[in-house]
Design a protein around this ligand. Structure first.
Ligand SMILES: [Zn+2]
Length: 405
């Protein structure tokens, strides 16, 4: 069986696990580290594919749960797959739907008050394209998860095999194994049970994926396994050993993180995962976290924050985030960020952007999303270049001293 993607490392950081590389897919090359733009329902919200390209994006990640319910994976298959359906010609990925099925449905519905070990619960990071529409009443069994659609309340049952079937129908270049994403507020015992379940499901996802590929003459997407384990060192390492030992094409690092736990979790996991396969930190995308991830050997990131913030008027600048709706920008004729090279910063003033948001004009969300995505994608590209040029630490210090002052 020929490999569906090819990953090669071009340069490594001195004394750190960070690396710059290339992932070749049947639909084009991804230069890593890279930020993956999120197009949950086969649409990067408010942007046309032409505008997505303009942000410098090389790859789009859609969501299995949402596309399964609407318009349906069989229908997407009939239209020639995700790329053709949405008119995005570059590489695509689909998340397994595990996170959406579990979020709020199961783990997140429980009282957060039992968390004493997380010093600041407001720092809890939600992740993986949770974009405001969640399933209801998810119920976890040994074989899969039953849940009610957020559209019409119909009952559905997803198993690892079903998730892989749906993802093969959707036709992305990279797909993910079905996993259970636990809240870091769960007990150790629950996290351990959930982890064992995720591991069994990973194996079943891989077996089913391989049988579909064999049946299709050796052709099909790449499959990434997902490491879970919450904030527990022993569980994270056990998960990295188990998932890293299976014949996946790459790996996702999943879980909702308390901000204070993310770095240690990434370090534990990346020390163990095989070096020669790509690693995707799921659902993470704030500048500080991107530096941490890149430095510690993460190759891919995705997050809904740039577009969600963009639609709300919270925009990234080289001097930190601003809310451009604020009255102080009403007469500001300067560009959003003089250091940004995107078309929004070249052509529009802060005053005009401020006006668009205040007037609830749709164009505000489009321009804000173009800028935010460009900003984050370009930041990761600059990190990549800094690895290649051998000045990553200098770039990091310079950027963060201005960004988070
Ligand atoms: Zn810009």
């Amino acid at each position: 069986m020929s490999k569906p993607i090819k990953f090669s490392i071009k340069k490594e950081l001195d004394g750190k696990p960070g690396r710059a590389g290339v992932i070749e897919t049947p639909h084009g090359t991804i230069h890593t580290p890279a930020f993956v733009s999120v197009g949950t329902k086969a649409s990067v919200k408010a942007l046309t594919p032409e505008q997505i390209l303009e942000t410098g994006a090389e790859v789009v990640l859609a969501n299995t749960y949402h596309l399964y319910l609407e318009p349906g994976d069989e229908r997407v298959k009939k239209f020639g797959g995700l790329q053709k359906f949405m008119n995005w010609h570059g590489p695509t990925m689909t998340d397994s739907g595990g996170f959406q099925v579990f979020s709020l449905g199961a783990a997140y519905g429980k009282e957060i008050s039992k968390v004493v070990s997380i010093t600041d619960p407001s720092q809890l990071l939600s992740e993986r394209s949770l974009d405001g529409e969640e399933p209801r009443l998810a119920k976890i069994g040994q074989d899969g998860v039953s849940f009610r659609s957020h559209h019409d309340g119909t009952l559905h049952y997803i198993t690892p095999e079903k998730s892989i079937d749906i993802q093969h129908n959707l036709g992305a270049d990279v797909i993910f194994a079905f996993d259970e994403c636990t809240s870091p507020t769960e007990s150790y015992q629950y996290q351990e049970e959930a982890l064992e379940r995720t591991h069994r499901w990973a194996k079943r996802s891989l077996d089913h994926h391989n049988s579909l590929i064999r049946a299709n003459g050796g052709i099909g997407p790449a499959l990434f396994g997902i490491v879970q384990g919450g904030r527990e060192e022993a569980l994270r390492k056990r998960s990295a050993e188990f998932i890293g030992g299976l014949d996946f094409d790459g790996f996702g690092i999943g879980g909702s993180f308390a901000k204070e736990d993310m770095e240690t979790a990434v370090k534990w996991v990346n020390e163990i995962l095989p070096k020669d396969k790509p690693r995707h930190l799921l659902g993470i995308g704030e500048p500080e976290d991107l530096f941490m991830g890149v430095e510690n050997g993460v190759d891919l990131f995705d997050c809904v924050a740039p577009t969600r913030n963009g639609r709300g008027g919270t925009l990234y600048t080289s001097s930190g985030k601003i809310n451009v709706r604020n009255a102080e920008y009403r007469e500001d004729t300067g560009p959003l960020d003089p250091e940004c090279g995107c078309s929004v910063c070249k052509n529009y003033s802060r005053a005009y952007l401020c006006h668009l948001y205040r007037a609830h004009e749709m164009l505000g969300g489009t321009l804000g999303s173009i800028h935010n995505l460009y900003f984050i994608i370009n930041l990761v590209k600059q990190m990549r270049q800094a690895i290649l040029d051998g000045n990553f630490q200098e770039f990091k210090t310079k950027f963060l001293s201005k960004y988070s002052k």
